[in-house]
Design a protein around this ligand. Sequence first.
Ligand code: ADP
Ligand code: MG
Length: 593
Amino acid sequence: MPIQILPEHVVAKIAAGEVVERPASVVKEIVENALDAGAETITVEAEGGGRRLIRVSDDGGGIPSDEVELALTRHATSKLQSVEDLTRIATLGFRGEALASIAAVSRFAITTRARGENAGVNVRVEGGRVVNRSMVGAPVGTVITVENLFYNVPARLKFLKTERTERRHINDVVTQYAMAYPAVRFSLHQEGHEQFRSNGSGALGDVLVEVLGLDDFRQMLEIGSGASEMRRPDLAPVEVRGFVSQPALNRSNRGNITLFVNGRHIKDTSLTHAVVRAYGNLLPDGRYPVAVLMISLSPAEIDVNVHPAKTEVRFSQPDAVFSAVQRAVRTTITGHAPAVSIEPGANFLVPDEAGRWRDKPTPALGSETSQMDFDLSPVPETLQKLVEPPSFSVPSSAAATRRRNLPVLRIVGQIGATYIVAEGPVGLYLVDQHVAHTRVLFEALMADRAADQIETETLDGVTIEVDRRGREAIERHAGALESFGLGLEPFGGSTYLVRTVPDLLAGRDIEEVMRLITVDLQTASKEDAARLVAVRVCEAAAYKQGRTLDHADMQALVRKLEYCAEPKVGPRDGGPTLIHITADDLAKQFGRG
Ligand code: ADP
Ligand code: MG
């Protein structure tokens, strides 16, 4: 045969082979696109182990209708413009190959609506050729459907494993991304059954409870932030966060050591080895820990353009990463600082002397740290102070693990459409949904206000009537009202026009909330005004008594409560958000005590 340039459709199929190895690779690429598009919720469905159907829906920014066909073309990307950009990649995708590759080897459909456009577009592709395009009604975001994967690549089809194996790979991909992006709500359905769900609370611990189960999660230790600060000053800053198992929790292979670099799941035998080595002889021979590590470093320090599937990265200073990982794991397991004090048997709700409920103090990094049997040259104290903490920022994945102030609670159900029943490590909890939700919203609102990040909604023609005292109160506390996004304008006589309200109040009875706030403010001091306004706003926005909540709502609420600074009391008058009935109490009630 004479030498000839291959036709484009053959090139496309060959290239597709590198990106799309199996159904799980399709899921991975499409989920990465959804994350790059800023999705907050990602739903994955698969049938036939992903061969018959894969559907991924996201609520990200969508693709402008005149760019959809382009997005399906090889080497078309919105994430990269120049070669230099390759050195600072902050997105998961950048090669512009995934959609084209997937569409080349499947029956492919995309429905997408870009933010700002008023209709969506649906494009269908078969074996790489567009067969239909139409405008459709669709919410902002993207739904990609991949059917009959590899129908036109018999060679690949032959090498697929059983449906069960493929299902497991899909499950792994989705749970991995859920771990890397705890602020995104993931759900996975396979063969019509829900297999996995994360609540988007932003806490890695919450995702791990779902992935590992509560019992195993209780044996995980959270890597403290101190671990990365002790780094060697001559090496590039590397931050390592995440969870590692106490030595008692171990597995027969390395498959439970999960590594992420800047929010990207990677495979790296050397770093996996660093984790195992950090356990030294704490693990029996042939046993391996469970670990989930979020490694962050400057994008300039890594090359992600190593392999079409992007599961490998190259580090400019591999030693820096290796030793940072080893040190983080080692200090965590030897310091044995419980990440979240949820060892079974601990009584969580005994307040300390100050009446506040607290975690156990984290033991200081002891001398054990410096006795490690490998590369951990201690850094002289004077130098340590000179070392700046890493000051680069990494995309949303690096959601800092916040501090848990309640044990992990498992939702049992709801009673009287008013109370949530939950089980904790030591007994039963009854949570008042209204007061608890008010607490959660209150802390979030106060934090947003402090960061000057209150989102507001502009209203049209909402007015309130107040008397003289009400007017004085509004004028005296205008600053406090304004700071929560409550914009009022005098409208003649005793009337005020409500121009803006915080987003939280969207759809609420604004006149009623304002009436209550005005009454509160009449007797409020300057110091108290802000809190009173915030409490009223949050009470109005919170779940009411009598509201039926589904499991996901309850779980999301309780997870957020666990991370509140003061989860046990309502913000109005310190009344309880929850009642704890210990296992002992129950035993006594049943005459066993
Ligand atoms: P890459 O992710 O490497 O850029 P892809 O082939 O995966 O390449 O996607 C091509 C382009 O299509 C992306 O750069 C992006 O602009 C757009 N795109 C793909 N999926 C989505 C999505 N779910 N939401 C918004 N835009 C998307
Ligand atoms: Mg992509």
